[in-house]
Design a protein around this ligand. Structure first.
Ligand SMILES: [Ca+2]
Length: 218
């Protein structure tokens, strides 16, 4: 059961209204949001900032974020989302200026030869994480971002052989392995790299092949 926070303008205290109007001058995106309706007829004002795994993340006008299964929205809202591309929110301070925005996340490349583990730690230190690729669209974005570079991604099967997970613990169900991969060469290839053309390969922790890594900020 999905419940929207009830925030219809009628229920806002009068004292808040001038503030909302004032904020409107500075935060165009929030106020240009739409009214979303769920299957129970409940409504919420907000903007969609991300679409992933069948869910849309709404930034409500009270600044709460909620992830809602798209199937539970009204047909009109579902139709709207089919032709809509999430707009970037303001670039967070920790995200480098040359990072690119896609569907609710920012992506950057760090050129530095390092082990998968150290790359993962560095990405976290940068207040992000090694990038995850969970759909075709993100693959296309990162393939272009990488150009000819071989880079680490945030996925491994180091815990259980052939049980691939992203570093958020999510089981990987969509892959883009290169031909003949994953090969688990020497039985020590447990970490995913992206090759030129966006194809994936499993490599050992200290493989010298990647020249750097992708960082993702959500
Ligand atoms: Ca391999």
């Amino acid at each position: 059961m999905i419940r929207f926070t009830s925030i219809s303008p009628r229920e806002l205290p009068f004292s808040i209204l001038p503030m909302v109007l004032l904020l409107g001058l500075f935060s165009f995106q929030i106020c240009s949001g739409r009214t979303w309706t769920n299957e129970d007829g409940k409504t919420a004002e907000g903007i969609a900032v991300k679409i992933a795994s069948g869910k849309v993340t709404l930034l409500l006008s009270n600044e709460q974020k909620v992830a809602i299964p798209i199937m539970t929205l009204s047909l009109e809202d579902q139709q709207f989302l089919k032709t809509w591309t999430p707009k970037p929110s303001k670039r967070p301070i920790q995200v480098p200026a040359d990072a690119i925005y896609h569907n609710g996340s920012w992506y950057g490349v760090v050129i530095e030869k390092t082990s998968w583990r150290k790359a993962a730690a560095k990405a976290v230190k940068m207040e992000g994480h090694l990038a995850w690729i969970k759909d075709e669209e993100t693959l296309a974005v990162l393939t272009e971002l990488a150009g000819p570079l071989h880079l680490w991604l945030g996925g491994s099967d180091e815990e259980v052989e052939d049980l691939w997970k992203w570093t958020d613990g999510e089981k990987i169900t969509w892959f883009n392995w290169d031909r003949g991969e994953p090969s688990n060469g020497g039985r020590v290839e447990h970490y995913i790299q992206m090759r030129t053309g966006g194809k994936w390969n499993d490599l050992s922790m200290n493989s010298p092949a990647p020249v750097g890594f992708f960082v993702q900020w959500d």
